[in-house]
Ligand binder design. Sequence first.
Ligand code: HEC
Length: 224
Amino acid sequence: MRATVVVFLSLAMQAALAAGDAKRGAQLFQQCMACHSVEEGEHMTGPSLAHVWHRKAGTVEGFMRYSDALKSANVIWDEATLDKWLANPERFAPGTSMTFPGLKAPKDRADVAAYLKAVAENSAPPAGRGDMGMRGGKADLRKAPPEAQVKALSHCGDTYTVETADGKKNKVWEFNLRLKTDSSKLGPLPGNPVVVGAGMQGDRASIVFASPKEISGFIKQSCP
Ligand code: HEC
C-alpha cells in the first residue's frame, strides 16, 4: 500500500517537472521582462521571445545585437536546452551578452520553458502584472502625458533647460541627462521627444527622440 503511494507520488512529480506549469512560468517571467518582450518583433536589451520555442538560437528576425557566442551555439530551444541556458547562460554560451545569473531551481526553469512554449502556441497566460499602458515592460511614448512631452531643450554652460508641454521648465546638470533614441513603434513621433525615467530629478532622466538626426537640431545653445 505504502509502496503504491510512493510510486504514484514520484510519477506525479516527474510528470509535473516534465510538463512545467506555464501559469507559474508567466509569474517567474517578470524577472525577464526588463530585457525581453513576448510581443512579436519587439526587441529590447534582448530579442523578442514570441517565437523562440523550437527555433535555432540566435536567429530571431530583426534582432541586431546577438553575441557571436549565441549565434554559434547551434542549439534548438526546447525543454532540455532552455533548462541548461536558464540555469547559467554564461556557462552555456561563454561570452553571451545575456547578463543574467540564472534560475537556480529546476522547477522554475521548467515552468519558464512551459511559458515560452505557450507563448509560441498563442495560449500563454498573461505575464507579470500586466501594467496599464505597458507592453512587455516598455511604455508607448506616443501616449506620453503633457508633463513628459518635451517642447524645447536648451543648453547653457553645464546645464540643460527642459521645457515640457505642461508649461514647466526644469534645469538639469548636463551629466545627468541622457539623450536616447527609440525607433520602434512604441517610440515618440518625429519631432516630439519625450522625457522618461525618474522625472527630472537625480541622474536617471532621459529624453527619447525618434531618431539620432533630430537630436542636435532640437537643442538650442542659448543662455537666459
Ligand atoms: C539583463 C537583460 C536580460 C535578462 C534579465 C534576461 N535576458 Fe534573456 N537575453 C538577453 C540578451 C542580451 C540576449 C541575447 C544574448 C546573446 O546574444 O548572447 C538574451 C537571449 C535570450 C534567449 C535566446 C533567444 C534567441 O533568440 O536565441 C532566451 C531564450 C532568453 N534570453 C530567455 C530569457 C529568460 C527566460 C529570462 C528570464 C528568466 C531572461 N532571458 C532574462 C538579455 C536578458
